[in-house]
Ligand binder design. Structure first.
Ligand code: XMP
Ligand code: MG
Length: 181
């Protein structure tokens, strides 16, 4: 295990089981449709690629990069578009795939944005939910698992761009980010 990890919350096997359960629900709910999967970069990349393969049905994929975090472990409250979609969302059924919902600001902003762009439907699939962090009222339609109010990394999630490639999700040792504050 990586030395900066305090403890592992979810092994790759745990994540695969969570993903399979979500994929079954999504496959049933979107049967006969062609949803546009919107992967929120970079944190959701691993989850999205595993999820769409587990769904194994009609889906298109696009990417959006938004930022509310910088390199800190606390939300700045601002949401910025760093990379917009290539695809038009007008009239489309959207499935936003996110790694973790914390304050809810990112998804609140994105839902509002896609509504103004005339999406037909908007649903959210989040691997993790951190309900204690919530500042604005937003909920994911598909939630993999609920996590405590600790900073988690791995399986796409980073601290200062590190740890994204860990195959598991773990709690980062607070000393790692306290040292830099
Ligand atoms: P909001 O606060 O808008 O934030 O719901 C969602 C984004 O914040 C990041 N985030 C985390 N990233 N470990 C991370 O690596 C965490 O514990 C964590 N909590 C929030 C994440 O990028 C998410 O997309
Ligand atoms: Mg993110």
């Amino acid at each position: 295990m990586n030395d900066d990890i305090l403890r592992v919350l979810y092994s790759k096997e745990d994540i695969d089981a969570i993903t399979a359960r979500l994929a079954d629900q999504i496959k049933a709910d979107y049967a006969g449709k062609n949803p546009l999967v919107i992967c929120i970069l970079k944190g959701a990349i691993m989850f999205m690629t595993d999820l769409v393969r587990a769904v194994d049905d009609y889906m298109e994929i696009d990417f959006m990069d938004v930022s509310s975090y910088g390199n800190a472990t606390e939300s700045s409250g601002e949401v910025k578009i760093l990379k917009d979609l290539d695809t038009s969302v007008s009239g489309r059924d959207l499935l936003i795939v996110e790694d973790i919902v914390d304050t809810g600001r990112t998804l609140f902003y994105l839902k509002k944005l896609f509504n103004t762009r005339n999406a037909r439907s908007i649903k959210i699939c989040a691997l993790m939910d951190k309900p204690e962090g919530r500042v604005v009222d937003v909920h994911a339609d598909y939630v993999g698992t609920t996590v405590p109010n600790e900073f988690v990394v791995g399986y796409g999630l980073d601290y200062a761009e590190k740890y994204r490639n860990l195959p598991y999700i773990g709690v980062l040792k607070p000393a790692v980010y306290q040292a830099e504050e």
